[in-house]
Design a protein. Structure first.
Lengths: 301, 247
């Protein structure tokens, strides 16, 4: 399949801070990919590079096989939604939708007006008068109704309450199914969005830590819990993603899932509990600097 | 989803129409400013008088210059603000640097035409008001031959364009680096100061202004303004090619 976005050796530095570090990946077309990472992992920088807002320091980024920087053709096929979208102050929400619609060939005005009404946004209100969550909601409506072949959401749910977030995910998914497009979606709330995702790209300090389908992420690691010696014996010398002492004798380890059915069965017989690791937890473990989490800081003292 | 094909002129045209909508308030500011200029002009710009035991007379000079000056200040501010907002606003939707500049140039041109026409008509309104206010028999100089009026409007438009392009250039420099906000006025005033200190007069500035102001041929005036404006926009387009958006 043709890639919608292709990065190779992509690097972006701000002074001495390297935000994106030699990143290479291909984003397949017509899938919803989640961009996950801790604060400061480089998510927004990566998305801005793809949107052509920033110019790479090294390497290249291609969107629909073209360099997005200063490219009107890429811009016409892409929308970047976040909570800092500048909306004209002189127009009210209804007028903004009218005006913005003129820019996008696939713009669905009925959908935009319908969503506006559903989310209780008064078309005569002004954008600068909206609350944080309502601003995000309005920007999201613009993002969905624009129906751009590449739709980028950078933390789009800032300030939205749980009910609105749920509706938003559902609206995005419904419209996506009718009009498939490439969606690149950064969020902290992996648990919430994982239902609509196809793939997950985990970014850590500007590098790609993990990039695979959502289902593969679920199988990627396994949690082992039981008596310390038994757990350690099963884990053997394999890489440890996360380690937590549970009381004086018990241990919980998260390790790569490279075990056969028999090995897991044998482990259970020795009293070791084998459990799946939720994707969100796994992402936290993979990007943690301390294998024991925040507890490490306290245990040292 | 199939890709949309587009071109810079097509996008620039959409952006231009978008800008005429979202910056409509600029026109209200213009009219308010010109009205203020009109009111200030009514008081007159200069007086002289003479009186003896039997006769006292006073001459009040009234001119529309204040309206023009205020209009030019407006044009500068519009150009400056446009430079400050346009990348932030344009790149939220479809844009590249060139289309953004083209739509801005078209917008400034439109603004200059409106400003030039209204400023000239404001001058006429002033004459009428003065006539109504002071009365008089000899309406000497009230009538402006159509060709002179057209020439005046033409010149006013070019001045407005020149000044707004200057504001745009300055605004874009400031976008490039905040330092220019101090640097440009600092250098200008510094150079003037040095010149005045050494030679006793500010020839550089006067020459620059006279280069435009003292041109008696409409055609040559047009060519001078055209070249200056093209040079300004070319500079802006050139140095903003690698400028990043929303850092």
């Amino acid at each position: 399949m043709r890639a919608a976005v292709e990065c190779s050796g992509l690097t972006k530095a701000f002074g001495s801070t390297v935000a994106i570090d030699n990143l290479s990946f291909k984003l397949p077309a017509n899938k919803i990919t989640g961009l996950i990472g801790r604060n400061g992992a480089g998510k927004t920088t990566l998305l801005k590079l793809i949107a052509g807002y920033l110019a790479p320091t090294g390497g290249s980024v291609k969107v629909f096989s073209e360099n997005p920087f200063n490219n009107v053709r890429v811009s016409a096929n892409l929308i970047f939604v976040d909570d800092k979208m500048t909306m004209p102050q002189s127009l009210n929400l209804g007028e903004i939708l009218e005006a913005v619609g003129g820019f996008y060939e696939n713009w669905d005005h009925r959908l935009a007006r319908g969503l506006l009404e559903y989310f209780n946004l008064n078309p005569r209100q002004h954008h600068y008068n909206l609350s944080k969550g309502m601003k995000s909601t309005f920007n999201m409506i613009v993002g969905i109704a624009a129906r751009c072949p590449l739709t980028i959401f950078d933390e789009p749910t800032v300030g939205m309450d749980a009910a609105v977030r749920k509706d938003f995910y559902r609206a995005l998914l419904k419209d996506f199914l009718q009009h498939p497009r490439t969606v690149f979606f950064s969020s902290h709330l992996l648990n919430e969005i994982s239902e609509i995702l196809d793939d997950i790209l985990l970014l850590d300090q500007g590098r790609c830590r993990l990039y695979m389908t959502k289902d593969a992420v679920k199988e990627f690691a396994v949690g082992l819990q039981g008596k310390e010696e038994a757990v350690a014996a099963i884990a053997g010398g394999s890489e440890i993603f996360y380690r937590k002492k549970l009381g004086p004798e018990n241990l919980y380890l998260v390790v790569p899932n490279r075990f056969s059915e028999e090995e897991l069965l044998a482990a259970r017989r020795k009293g070791v509990e084998v459990s799946a690791v939720p994707a969100e937890d796994l992402c936290v473990y993979l990007t943690a600097k301390h294998k024991g989490g925040i507890d490490d800081v306290f245990d040292r003292n | 989803m199939s890709l949309t094909e587009t071109s810079v002129p097509a996008v620039a045209w959409k952006q231009y129409r978008f800008k005429t909508k979202i910056y409509a308030a600029n026109l209200i500011t213009l009219l308010a400013a010109q009205l203020l200029g009109l009111l200030l002009s009514l008081r007159g710009v200069g007086f002289s008088g003479y009186s003896t035991e039997t006769v006292t007379y006073q001459i009040t000079y009234i001119s529309g210059d204040i309206i023009v000056v205020i209009t030019l200040i407006w044009a500068f501010v519009v150009g400056y603000n446009l430079a400050g907002n346009s990348f932030k606003q344009d790149f939220v939707f479809v844009s590249n640097r060139l289309s953004s500049h083209f739509s801005n140039i078209a917008y400034l041109l439109t603004s200059a035409v409106i400003a030039g026409v209204t400023a000239s008509l404001g001058g006429i309104l002033l004459r009428v008001l003065v006539l109504l206010a002071y009365g008089g028999q000899n309406h000497f100089g009230l009538f402006i031959p159509p060709l002179d009026l057209a020439g005046g409007i033409f010149a006013a438009i070019l001045y407005a364009l020149l000044v707004s392009a200057g504001g745009y250039l300055f605004g874009m420099l400031v976008q490039l680096s905040r330092a220019f906000i101090v640097l440009v006025p600092g250098l200008l005033i510094g150079a003037l100061y040095m010149e005045v200190k050494t030679t006793g007069q500010a020839r550089l500035l006067l020459d620059a202004i006279n280069f435009f102001v003292q041109e008696s041929s409409y055609f040559l005036f047009f060519v001078k303004v055209f070249l200056a404006v093209v040079l300004g926009f070319a500079l802006v387009i050139f140095f903003s090619q690698r400028m990043e958006v929303r850092k």
